[in-house]
Design a protein around this ligand. Structure first.
Ligand SMILES: NC(=O)c1ccc[n+]([C@@H]2O[C@H](COP(=O)([O-])OP(=O)(O)OC[C@H]3O[C@@H](n4cnc5c(N)ncnc54)[C@H](O)[C@@H]3O)[C@@H](O)[C@H]2O)c1
Length: 317
C-alpha cells in the first residue's frame, strides 16, 4: 500500500451522515472520495460541505490543522463506484437505514476492493452480523456508529461482527482517534449498541414518570439538562459514582447500592409510546415547542449552536 493509498477513504452515501464523515476525515488530512448512487447527489454534497467548511472557518470552529480550502482540496465526488473505491484503505458506508440496501451495497463494494480494505457501516439500529451477512470476508467488517452531528458530538461506537479481526478494530480505533473522534469499542454486538441502550433506558423512565403523573414534560427535561446532563457532558455515570462517595465506587455502592436496587425494582414495564396515554405527552411537548417546521428548525439550530460551544469548551479543557 503506497502512502497516498493509505491516506484515502471512500464515503458511500452523501446524506446528512455521509457529508459529516467526509468533513471529519478531511479535517484529519485524509483524501476523501464521496460516492452516491443518486445522480448529482455527491456533487451537491460537495457544495454543501464547501459552505459548511467556510462557515466553520469564519466562526473559528474548523477542525484539524488545515484551512477550509486545504480540506476542500482533499474532497472529490463520484458517480462511479469502482472509481470512488480505487486506492482507498477504509470505506465508510452511510446509505439509507435499510438492511437489504446495506447488504447489497457491501456485496457490490467487495467486488471492487482488495481483501485487506476495511468495510465500515454507519448503521444506527442494525447489528453487524445482519449488515454483513452477505459479504465474503466478514473479518474486515465493522460498524462505526456516529452520533449526530458527528462534527461536534465525537463519540463513535465501534461494533465488531463476531468474526471481525482484532487488527481491524485496532486500525479503525486509531483512524477515528487520529481524525479527532472519540471511539469506544464494544466487545461484542448487541441490539442498540451501548449508546442507544442507555438512551432507551432514559427515555423509558422519563416517559413513565410523565405518564404516571409524577412530573411534567418540561420538568423531566430540566432534570437532565440542568441536573444529570451537566456532569455527564464531562464524566460518565461510573466516574460520577466513584467521585460521589468519600472512598470511591465501592463506598458509593455500600451507601447507595441498596437504594438504587429498591428504585430499580419499582420501574414499570416498557411504556406505551403509541396509544391513548402517549397522546397527552405529545400534546404537552407540542405546547412547549410546536411541531411545525419553523419551530423545530429554530430549536435544532439552537441545539447545534449550543453543541458547537460545548465541543469548544471540551476541546479547551
Ligand atoms: N441521521 C442520524 O442522526 C444518524 C446518526 C447515526 C447514524 N446514522 C446512520 O447513518 C446512515 C445514513 O443516514 P443519513 O441520516 O445520512 O441518511 P440520508 O437519507 O440523509 O442519506 C442517505 C444517502 O445515501 C444515498 N444512498 C442510498 N442508497 C444508496 C446506494 N445504494 N449507494 C449509494 N448511495 C446510496 C442516498 O442518495 C442519500 O444521499 C444510516 O444508516 C443511519 O442509520 C444516522
Amino acid at each position: 500500500m503506497s502512502t497516498s493509498e493509505s491516506k484515502t477513504i471512500t464515503v458511500i452515501g452523501s446524506g446528512l451522515i455521509g457529508r459529516s464523515w467526509a468533513m471529519v476525515f478531511a479535517s484529519g488530512g485524509y483524501r476523501v472520495k464521496i460516492y452516491d448512487n443518486q445522480p448529482g447527489q455527491a456533487a451537491k454534497a460537495m457544495t454543501e460541505i464547501r459552505k459548511q467548511l467556510e462557515e466553520l472557518e469564519e466562526a473559528c470552529m474548523l477542525r484539524g490543522e488545515l484551512t477550509a480550502a486545504q480540506q476542500l482540496a482533499l474532497l472529490s465526488s463520484y458517480e462511479d463506484l469502482a472509481q470512488a473505491l480505487e486506492g482507498s484503505f477504509f470505506v465508510q458506508e452511510a446509505v439509507f437505514e435499510q438492511l437489504d440496501v446495506k447488504q447489497s451495497v457491501f456485496q457490490e463494494i467487495e467486488r471492487h476492493v482488495g481483501k485487506d480494505i476495511i468495510l465500515s457501516s454507519s448503521t444506527s439500529c442494525l447489528v453487524p452480523s445482519s449488515v454483513f451477512s452477505k459479504v465474503q470476508i466478514p473479518s474486515r467488517c465493522l460498524v462505526s456508529h456516529p452520533v449526530n452531528p458527528p462534527y461536534y458530538v465525537k463519540l463513535v461506537e465501534l461494533v465488531p461482527h463476531p468474526e471481525t479481526s482484532a487488527t481491524v478494530m485496532d486500525t479503525s480505533h486509531a483512524l477515528m482517534t487520529k481524525v479527532g473522534q472519540a471511539p469506544v469499542c464494544l466487545k461484542k454486538e448487541i441490539d442498540g449498541f451501548a449508546l442507544n441502550r442507555v438512551q432507551a433506558a432514559i427515555i423509558a423512565e422519563s416517559w413513565r414518570l410523565v405518564q404516571d403523573g409524577v412530573i411534567s414534560v418540561k420538568d423531566i427535561d430540566l432534570v437532565m439538562s440542568e441536573g444529570l446532563g451537566m456532569r455527564y457532558a464531562f464524566i460518565g455515570p461510573m466516574e460520577t459514582m466513584h467521585l460521589n462517595a468519600p472512598e470511591g465506587l465501592e463506598d458509593y455502592m455500600k451507601r447507595y447500592g441498596e437504594g438504587i436496587r429498591r428504585v430499580l425494582t419499582s420501574f414499570g414495564p416498557v411504556p406505551d409510546f403509541f396509544g391513548e396515554g402517549a397522546k397527552n405527552i405529545i400534546k404537552e411537548m407540542c405546547k412547549l415547542i410546536p411541531s411545525d417546521q419553523q419551530h423545530l428548525s429554530a430549536r435544532k439550530e439552537r441545539r447545534d449552536q449550543l453543541l458547537m460551544h460545548l465541543a469548544k469548551l471540551k476541546k479547551d479543557h
